[in-house]
Design a protein around this ligand. Structure first.
Ligand code: OMP
Length: 312
């Protein structure tokens, strides 16, 4: 799957991911009203609204982007109905040819991680049959529990030809509380990055590993160090746009081959119609505003990469 992701990034010349984090406050009133009329102001009504909203964005952007990243919490808050909307979104994006990164941030003791891995990336066995559960292409994973919490995910990825993005240095303001703590004189995120590089080197697919990392756009100096520590790992970079990450910060996350990083924007794309500069679209053309925001993001990153000499 990492090869498919890289192939799509190259073909579309777009190292970007659209984050499908559909909070109700971003959904146009007319979509919510129609969903509530059909299913009431209920969990099912909310789930219908987020599905319709997502479909609009995917239809308007799928020809420009290699991948999407649905964030499962935004669906889980609506219980089972929300999870059904998550699964509908995953399936629809795959039908449209998009690579789906399930932002599930799981990780537990080995046996529990194995169940998460089976449910999201692999197949569960029931008698003589086996079934895919959510069937995303990649998943985000939390490494706090150590190797035995990660290995079951790697095993399933190996079998299914899927991939992981392991949290190394997150984009949020408090990420340093634990991640930057010095351990034997070195920040913890560097030690985690080295471990990701080690797991990655054991699980290669041509030039890159299918074991990647998450490093936030909001810490570019750390990103620079981590890029060097994990040369074969793809880096998923959240934090561009709504969290303040700038295109010029992102150049550090790429390798000299112009590859190695894929940048996420969620609110900056899906709620573009509410943002400054996109007023002309209005609520009814929210999906066109998202399309324009994808084009703008792509140009912004491309021009920073060209300026810095990473790509020509
Ligand atoms: O794993 C992630 O995707 C992630 C890691 C991280 O360090 N920071 C981070 O913001 N994210 C996710 O990336 C998305 C960022 O959303 P926006 O800030 O709206 O672009 C959310 O889905 C976050 O959960």
């Amino acid at each position: 799957m990492i090869q498919q992701l890289i192939g799509k990034i190259q073909k579309m010349n777009a190292p970007i991911v659209v984050g499908l984090d559909p909070m109700l406050e971003y959904i146009p009133e007319y979509i919510k009203q129609a969903a509530y009329e059909e299913k009431g102001e209920t969990l099912a009504g909310a789930a219908e609204a987020i599905w319709q909203f997502n479909k609009g964005i995917v239809d308007a952007t799928y020809d420009l982007i290699p991948a999407v990243k649905p964030q499962i919490a935004m669906y889980e808050q609506f219980g089972i109905e929300g999870l059904i909307a998550y699964k509908r979104t995953v399936d629809y994006c795959k039908e449209k040819g998009l690579v789906v990164i399930g932002d599930i941030k799981r990780g537990d003791i080995g046996s529990t991680s194995a169940a998460y891995a089976v449910g999201h990336l692999g197949k569960v066995k029931i008698g003589n049959n086996s079934y895919y559960g959510f069937d995303e292409d990649f998943a985000t994973v939390n490494p706090y529990l150590g190797s035995d919490g990660i290995k079951p995910f790697i095993e399933v990825c190996k079998e299914e030809k899927k991939g992981l993005f392991i949290l190394v240095k997150t984009s949020n303001p408090s990420s340093g509380e634990f991640q930057d703590k010095l351990v034997e004189g070195r920040p913890l995120y560097e030690l985690v990055g080295e471990k990701v590089a080690e797991w990655g080197s054991e699980h290669m697919s041509e030039d890159y590993s299918y074991i990647g990392a998450v490093v936030g756009a909001t810490y570019p100096e750390m990103g620079k160090v981590l890029r060097k520590l994990m040369p074969k790992s793809y880096i998923l970079v959240p934090g561009y746009g709504a969290q303040g990450g700038k295109a010029e910060d992102l150049i550090h996350y790429f390798n000299k081959d112009g590859l190695g990083a894929i940048v996420n924007s969620s609110r900056g794309i899906i709620a573009a119609y509410k943002a400054k500069g996109y007023e002309k679209f209005g609520e009814s053309a929210y999906a066109d505003a998202s399309r324009q925001a994808v084009i703008d993001m792509k140009e912004d990153i491309q021009s920073a990469l060209v300026k810095s000499g990473v790509v020509r």
